[in-house]
Ligand binder design. Sequence first.
Ligand code: TXA
Ligand code: MG
Length: 325
Amino acid sequence: MKARLHRPTPAALRQLASVLRDGGLVAIPTETVYGLAAHALDTKACRAIFRAKGRPAHDPLIVHVLDLAHAEELSDFNIAARKLTRAFWPGPLTLVLPKKPCVPGIVTSGGPTVALRSPAHPLARRLLKLAGVPLAAPSANPFTYISPTTAEHVRQGLGSRIPHILDGGPCPIGVESAVLDLSRSGRPRILRPGAISAEQIARVLKTKVTTVRRAGKKGVRLLAPGLLDKHYSPRTPLTMADSPRATGDGQAIILLRKPAGNILPGVYWLSRRGALAEIARNLYRVLREADAGGHRRIFVEKLPPTVGGIAAAINDRLRRAAAKR
Ligand code: TXA
Ligand code: MG
Protein backbone atom coordinates (compact mmCIF):
# COMPACT_ATOMS: atom_id res chain seq x y z
CA MET A 1 0.00 0.00 0.00
CA LYS A 2 1.18 3.51 -0.69
CA ALA A 3 -0.62 6.40 1.00
CA ARG A 4 -2.28 8.99 -1.20
CA LEU A 5 -1.83 12.57 -0.09
CA HIS A 6 -5.02 14.58 -0.52
CA ARG A 7 -5.33 18.35 -0.75
CA PRO A 8 -8.39 19.50 1.22
CA THR A 9 -10.73 20.11 -1.73
CA PRO A 10 -14.48 19.67 -1.16
CA ALA A 11 -14.42 16.54 -3.35
CA ALA A 12 -11.51 15.02 -1.42
CA LEU A 13 -13.21 15.74 1.91
CA ARG A 14 -16.38 14.04 0.71
CA GLN A 15 -14.40 11.03 -0.49
CA LEU A 16 -12.40 10.73 2.75
CA ALA A 17 -15.53 11.08 4.87
CA SER A 18 -17.06 8.15 3.05
CA VAL A 19 -13.85 6.11 3.46
CA LEU A 20 -14.14 6.76 7.21
CA ARG A 21 -17.84 5.93 7.33
CA ASP A 22 -17.09 2.64 5.54
CA GLY A 23 -14.47 1.58 8.10
CA GLY A 24 -11.28 2.81 6.36
CA LEU A 25 -8.30 4.67 7.84
CA VAL A 26 -7.46 8.32 7.09
CA ALA A 27 -4.67 10.39 8.64
CA ILE A 28 -6.09 13.82 9.42
CA PRO A 29 -4.76 17.15 10.65
CA THR A 30 -5.83 18.45 14.05
CA GLU A 31 -4.72 21.62 15.85
CA THR A 32 -2.32 19.54 18.02
CA VAL A 33 -0.78 16.77 15.87
CA TYR A 34 -1.94 14.61 12.96
CA GLY A 35 -4.24 11.77 13.99
CA LEU A 36 -4.85 8.35 12.41
CA ALA A 37 -8.64 8.31 12.25
CA ALA A 38 -11.21 5.53 11.99
CA HIS A 39 -14.94 5.07 12.74
CA ALA A 40 -14.90 4.84 16.54
CA LEU A 41 -17.94 2.54 16.77
CA ASP A 42 -16.52 0.07 14.24
CA THR A 43 -14.35 -2.52 16.01
CA LYS A 44 -12.68 -3.72 12.82
CA ALA A 45 -11.78 -0.19 11.76
CA CYS A 46 -10.27 0.52 15.19
CA ARG A 47 -8.32 -2.71 15.09
CA ALA A 48 -6.72 -1.48 11.86
CA ILE A 49 -5.44 1.61 13.71
CA PHE A 50 -3.59 -0.55 16.23
CA ARG A 51 -2.16 -2.67 13.43
CA ALA A 52 -0.94 0.30 11.36
CA LYS A 53 0.73 1.96 14.35
CA GLY A 54 2.13 -1.20 15.91
CA ARG A 55 0.36 -0.02 19.04
CA PRO A 56 -0.26 -2.51 21.85
CA ALA A 57 -3.93 -3.24 22.49
CA HIS A 58 -3.67 -2.07 26.12
CA ASP A 59 -3.15 1.59 25.05
CA PRO A 60 -6.66 3.05 24.54
CA LEU A 61 -7.69 5.52 21.80
CA ILE A 62 -9.02 9.09 22.00
CA VAL A 63 -12.44 9.56 20.37
CA HIS A 64 -13.00 12.81 18.49
CA VAL A 65 -16.48 14.34 18.39
CA LEU A 66 -18.02 17.54 17.05
CA ASP A 67 -19.43 18.82 20.31
CA LEU A 68 -20.78 18.11 23.78
CA ALA A 69 -24.05 16.63 22.49
CA HIS A 70 -22.16 13.99 20.50
CA ALA A 71 -19.80 13.35 23.43
CA GLU A 72 -22.78 12.68 25.71
CA GLU A 73 -23.92 9.91 23.39
CA LEU A 74 -20.70 8.08 24.20
CA SER A 75 -20.08 8.83 27.87
CA ASP A 76 -21.62 9.94 31.17
CA PHE A 77 -20.85 13.59 31.69
CA ASN A 78 -20.65 15.25 35.09
CA ILE A 79 -20.81 18.92 36.06
CA ALA A 80 -17.05 19.40 35.96
CA ALA A 81 -16.86 17.90 32.48
CA ARG A 82 -19.61 20.22 31.20
CA LYS A 83 -17.88 23.27 32.65
CA LEU A 84 -14.64 22.32 30.97
CA THR A 85 -16.23 21.67 27.59
CA ARG A 86 -17.87 25.10 27.79
CA ALA A 87 -14.50 26.70 28.52
CA PHE A 88 -12.17 24.74 26.24
CA TRP A 89 -14.07 22.87 23.49
CA PRO A 90 -13.47 22.74 20.67
CA GLY A 91 -9.79 22.54 21.57
CA PRO A 92 -6.83 20.57 22.91
CA LEU A 93 -8.44 19.11 26.03
CA THR A 94 -9.28 15.39 26.26
CA LEU A 95 -11.65 14.24 29.01
CA VAL A 96 -11.66 10.72 30.44
CA LEU A 97 -15.18 9.76 31.54
CA PRO A 98 -17.24 6.61 32.16
CA LYS A 99 -18.10 5.11 28.79
CA LYS A 100 -21.54 4.16 27.54
CA PRO A 101 -22.14 0.62 26.26
CA CYS A 102 -22.09 1.72 22.59
CA VAL A 103 -18.32 2.39 22.76
CA PRO A 104 -16.54 -0.80 21.71
CA GLY A 105 -14.01 -2.36 24.06
CA ILE A 106 -11.20 -2.03 21.53
CA VAL A 107 -11.35 1.77 21.84
CA THR A 108 -10.99 1.75 25.63
CA SER A 109 -8.70 -1.29 25.87
CA GLY A 110 -11.50 -3.06 27.65
CA GLY A 111 -11.68 -0.40 30.36
CA PRO A 112 -14.77 1.35 31.77
CA THR A 113 -13.72 4.87 30.64
CA VAL A 114 -13.44 6.62 27.29
CA ALA A 115 -11.21 9.58 26.35
CA LEU A 116 -13.06 12.27 24.37
CA ARG A 117 -12.06 15.44 22.65
CA SER A 118 -13.63 17.91 20.24
CA PRO A 119 -10.90 19.13 17.89
CA ALA A 120 -10.76 22.77 16.81
CA HIS A 121 -9.04 22.22 13.46
CA PRO A 122 -11.47 23.22 10.68
CA LEU A 123 -10.59 20.20 8.50
CA ALA A 124 -11.02 17.73 11.37
CA ARG A 125 -14.40 19.33 12.07
CA ARG A 126 -15.37 19.23 8.40
CA LEU A 127 -14.62 15.50 8.25
CA LEU A 128 -16.49 14.81 11.51
CA LYS A 129 -19.50 16.60 10.10
CA LEU A 130 -19.39 14.90 6.69
CA ALA A 131 -18.69 11.42 8.10
CA GLY A 132 -21.38 11.82 10.74
CA VAL A 133 -19.63 9.35 13.06
CA PRO A 134 -17.24 9.77 16.01
CA LEU A 135 -13.60 9.27 15.02
CA ALA A 136 -11.07 7.36 17.08
CA ALA A 137 -7.67 8.90 16.37
CA PRO A 138 -4.35 8.42 18.10
CA SER A 139 -1.35 10.39 16.87
CA ALA A 140 -0.46 9.21 13.35
CA ASN A 141 3.01 7.84 14.10
CA PRO A 142 4.48 4.38 14.60
CA PHE A 143 4.16 3.48 18.29
CA THR A 144 6.71 5.29 20.53
CA TYR A 145 8.12 7.51 17.74
CA ILE A 146 7.75 11.32 17.64
CA SER A 147 4.21 12.53 16.80
CA PRO A 148 3.67 14.03 13.32
CA THR A 149 2.93 17.72 12.83
CA THR A 150 2.90 17.67 9.02
CA ALA A 151 1.42 15.37 6.38
CA GLU A 152 4.98 14.58 5.27
CA HIS A 153 5.82 13.32 8.80
CA VAL A 154 2.82 10.99 8.55
CA ARG A 155 3.96 9.76 5.15
CA GLN A 156 7.48 9.07 6.44
CA GLY A 157 6.20 6.98 9.35
CA LEU A 158 3.07 5.28 8.06
CA GLY A 159 3.07 5.93 4.29
CA SER A 160 3.44 2.25 3.45
CA ARG A 161 0.77 1.13 5.92
CA ILE A 162 -2.20 3.44 5.38
CA PRO A 163 -4.19 4.41 2.27
CA HIS A 164 -5.02 8.10 2.82
CA ILE A 165 -3.45 11.24 4.31
CA LEU A 166 -5.29 14.55 4.33
CA ASP A 167 -2.76 17.38 4.02
CA GLY A 168 -3.83 20.35 6.13
CA GLY A 169 -0.39 21.92 6.46
CA PRO A 170 1.55 22.14 9.73
CA CYS A 171 -0.39 21.75 12.99
CA PRO A 172 -0.78 25.13 14.73
CA ILE A 173 -0.21 23.93 18.33
CA GLY A 174 2.30 21.14 17.82
CA VAL A 175 1.98 19.09 21.03
CA GLU A 176 -0.83 16.74 21.95
CA SER A 177 -3.95 17.58 23.94
CA ALA A 178 -4.01 17.53 27.72
CA VAL A 179 -5.63 14.30 28.97
CA LEU A 180 -7.70 14.90 32.11
CA ASP A 181 -9.23 12.08 34.12
CA LEU A 182 -12.67 13.10 35.42
CA SER A 183 -13.96 9.59 35.97
CA ARG A 184 -13.54 9.81 39.75
CA SER A 185 -15.77 12.72 40.64
CA GLY A 186 -14.23 15.53 42.63
CA ARG A 187 -10.68 14.40 41.93
CA PRO A 188 -9.58 15.69 38.54
CA ARG A 189 -6.10 14.65 37.54
CA ILE A 190 -4.00 15.28 34.51
CA LEU A 191 -2.73 12.08 32.94
CA ARG A 192 -0.83 13.90 30.20
CA PRO A 193 0.01 17.64 30.27
CA GLY A 194 -0.94 19.46 27.06
CA ALA A 195 -1.81 22.72 25.45
CA ILE A 196 -4.48 23.45 28.07
CA SER A 197 -2.59 23.80 31.35
CA ALA A 198 -3.35 22.53 34.86
CA GLU A 199 -3.69 26.17 35.98
CA GLN A 200 -6.31 26.90 33.31
CA ILE A 201 -8.30 23.81 34.29
CA ALA A 202 -8.07 24.58 38.01
CA ARG A 203 -9.33 28.12 37.39
CA VAL A 204 -12.48 26.84 35.69
CA LEU A 205 -13.17 24.04 38.17
CA LYS A 206 -12.14 26.04 41.24
CA THR A 207 -10.61 22.86 42.66
CA LYS A 208 -7.15 21.42 42.96
CA VAL A 209 -5.98 19.58 39.87
CA THR A 210 -3.20 17.04 40.36
CA THR A 211 -0.80 15.88 37.68
CA VAL A 212 0.23 12.25 37.54
CA ARG A 213 3.95 12.65 37.06
CA ARG A 214 5.43 9.32 36.22
CA ALA A 215 4.53 5.82 35.25
CA GLY A 216 5.80 3.22 37.61
CA LYS A 217 3.01 2.29 39.90
CA LYS A 218 0.98 -0.45 38.35
CA GLY A 219 -2.34 1.31 38.82
CA VAL A 220 -1.16 4.37 36.97
CA ARG A 221 0.20 2.24 34.20
CA LEU A 222 -3.20 0.70 33.66
CA LEU A 223 -5.04 3.95 33.98
CA ALA A 224 -2.84 5.90 31.61
CA PRO A 225 -0.67 3.73 29.44
CA GLY A 226 0.44 6.85 27.56
CA LEU A 227 2.42 7.76 30.65
CA LEU A 228 4.81 4.95 29.95
CA ASP A 229 8.35 6.12 29.41
CA LYS A 230 10.01 5.83 26.02
CA HIS A 231 7.29 7.69 24.22
CA TYR A 232 7.77 10.45 21.69
CA SER A 233 11.30 9.12 21.21
CA PRO A 234 13.85 9.94 18.54
CA ARG A 235 16.21 7.09 17.62
CA THR A 236 19.28 9.16 18.56
CA PRO A 237 19.90 9.19 22.34
CA LEU A 238 18.67 12.47 23.79
CA THR A 239 19.67 14.33 26.96
CA MET A 240 18.06 17.38 28.54
CA ALA A 241 20.53 20.09 29.56
CA ASP A 242 20.40 23.56 31.11
CA SER A 243 22.58 25.35 28.57
CA PRO A 244 23.98 22.94 26.00
CA ARG A 245 27.09 23.98 24.04
CA ALA A 246 28.07 22.88 20.57
CA THR A 247 31.13 20.62 20.79
CA GLY A 248 31.13 19.13 17.29
CA ASP A 249 32.21 15.51 17.77
CA GLY A 250 28.98 13.99 16.50
CA GLN A 251 26.86 15.74 19.11
CA ALA A 252 23.92 17.95 18.22
CA ILE A 253 22.28 20.62 20.34
CA ILE A 254 18.73 21.96 20.22
CA LEU A 255 18.36 25.47 21.64
CA LEU A 256 15.18 27.21 22.75
CA ARG A 257 16.15 30.38 20.83
CA LYS A 258 17.92 30.97 17.60
CA PRO A 259 21.55 31.83 18.38
CA ALA A 260 23.13 35.00 16.98
CA GLY A 261 25.38 34.73 13.94
CA ASN A 262 25.83 31.79 11.61
CA ILE A 263 24.15 28.53 12.57
CA LEU A 264 26.82 25.84 12.85
CA PRO A 265 26.14 22.28 11.70
CA GLY A 266 24.61 20.22 14.50
CA VAL A 267 22.94 23.28 16.02
CA TYR A 268 19.13 23.44 15.89
CA TRP A 269 16.74 25.98 17.37
CA LEU A 270 13.06 25.98 18.37
CA SER A 271 12.07 29.65 18.19
CA ARG A 272 13.35 33.02 17.10
CA ARG A 273 12.94 34.81 20.43
CA GLY A 274 11.84 32.19 22.94
CA ALA A 275 8.05 32.43 22.51
CA LEU A 276 6.46 29.33 24.09
CA ALA A 277 3.83 28.80 21.41
CA GLU A 278 6.52 28.85 18.73
CA ILE A 279 8.69 26.38 20.68
CA ALA A 280 5.72 24.00 20.98
CA ARG A 281 4.83 24.34 17.29
CA ASN A 282 8.39 23.56 16.14
CA LEU A 283 9.30 20.94 18.76
CA TYR A 284 8.53 17.70 16.92
CA ARG A 285 9.71 18.96 13.53
CA VAL A 286 13.09 19.97 14.98
CA LEU A 287 13.42 16.73 16.98
CA ARG A 288 12.82 14.83 13.75
CA GLU A 289 15.37 16.93 11.84
CA ALA A 290 17.98 16.45 14.54
CA ASP A 291 17.18 12.72 14.65
CA ALA A 292 17.76 12.47 10.89
CA GLY A 293 21.06 14.37 11.14
CA GLY A 294 23.22 11.31 11.85
CA HIS A 295 24.37 12.52 15.28
CA ARG A 296 25.56 10.29 18.11
CA ARG A 297 23.66 12.19 20.77
CA ILE A 298 21.32 15.18 20.97
CA PHE A 299 21.38 17.66 23.85
CA VAL A 300 18.21 19.71 24.15
CA GLU A 301 17.84 22.85 26.25
CA LYS A 302 15.34 22.57 29.12
CA LEU A 303 12.66 25.17 29.73
CA PRO A 304 12.91 26.68 33.20
CA PRO A 305 10.21 24.98 35.35
CA THR A 306 8.88 28.38 36.42
CA VAL A 307 7.41 29.10 32.99
CA GLY A 308 3.70 28.21 33.08
CA GLY A 309 1.23 27.21 30.37
CA ILE A 310 2.32 24.82 27.67
CA ALA A 311 5.87 24.63 29.14
CA ALA A 312 4.81 21.69 31.33
CA ALA A 313 3.74 19.78 28.21
CA ILE A 314 6.97 20.60 26.37
CA ASN A 315 9.18 19.45 29.26
CA ASP A 316 7.01 16.35 29.72
CA ARG A 317 7.55 15.32 26.08
CA LEU A 318 11.28 16.03 26.28
CA ARG A 319 11.59 13.96 29.45
CA ARG A 320 9.91 11.04 27.76
CA ALA A 321 11.96 11.48 24.59
CA ALA A 322 15.06 11.36 26.80
CA ALA A 323 13.92 8.27 28.73
CA LYS A 324 16.33 5.34 28.48
CA ARG A 325 15.10 2.55 26.28
O1 TXA B 1 -3.86 15.87 20.64
C1 TXA B 1 -4.15 14.68 20.75
O2 TXA B 1 -4.65 14.20 21.77
C2 TXA B 1 -3.88 13.78 19.53
C3 TXA B 1 -4.78 14.23 18.39
C4 TXA B 1 -4.70 13.33 17.19
O3 TXA B 1 -6.10 14.35 18.86
N1 TXA B 1 -4.11 12.40 19.87
C5 TXA B 1 -3.28 11.68 20.65
O4 TXA B 1 -3.66 10.36 20.82
O5 TXA B 1 -2.28 12.14 21.16
P1 TXA B 1 -2.69 9.24 21.41
O6 TXA B 1 -3.42 7.97 21.21
O7 TXA B 1 -1.36 9.33 20.78
O8 TXA B 1 -2.65 9.56 22.92
C6 TXA B 1 -3.80 9.36 23.68
C7 TXA B 1 -3.46 9.23 25.13
C8 TXA B 1 -2.68 7.96 25.37
O9 TXA B 1 -1.66 8.28 26.27
C9 TXA B 1 -3.69 7.03 26.00
O10 TXA B 1 -3.10 6.14 26.87
C10 TXA B 1 -4.60 8.01 26.71
O11 TXA B 1 -4.65 9.14 25.88
N2 TXA B 1 -5.96 7.47 26.88
C11 TXA B 1 -6.85 7.17 25.93
N3 TXA B 1 -7.98 6.65 26.47
C12 TXA B 1 -7.79 6.64 27.80
C13 TXA B 1 -8.59 6.24 28.91
N4 TXA B 1 -9.80 5.73 28.76
N5 TXA B 1 -8.05 6.39 30.13
C14 TXA B 1 -6.82 6.91 30.30
N6 TXA B 1 -6.02 7.31 29.30
C15 TXA B 1 -6.49 7.17 28.06
MG1 MG C 1 0.65 9.28 20.59
